[in-house]
Design a protein around this ligand. Sequence first.
Ligand code: ZN
Length: 151
Amino acid sequence: MKDEDEAFMGEALNLAQQAAQAGEVPVGALLVQEGRILGYGHNSPLSACDPSAHAEMQAIRMAARTLNNYRLPECTLYVTLEPCCMCAGVIQHARLKRVVYGAADPKTGACGSVVDLFSDPRLNHHTQILGGVCTEASAELLRSFFRARRS
Ligand SMILES: [Zn+2]
């Protein structure tokens, strides 16, 4: 599982790099079901004029269209940055099995950094969360993006 997680996270990192090239905050995501990529995307709220155009949303929307189903059971979402509250909500509505993320997000992270929407027993669907996969590469993309923007 670990090698597979790192391989898919490598793909998500490539997508994050595409976001940076487009001037968007570099976050990439992949939606995988039984080893098959069903959806992918990168952060694009600026170019899409859409505050919901996070990488996770793009990957989940694409996968739902691919499967022609609003629920995505037995699926794993790979994302380079810890999901926010909005994405955590969609992850729960889509009934994802697992989320694997890279860097923690101390400002908006909803998997434990700011809040933990996946550990509240009142929310009835429980997705497994695994953080810390390719953390350093994910965080370095973000750091270099913001460094370049400041200078
Ligand atoms: Zn989000």
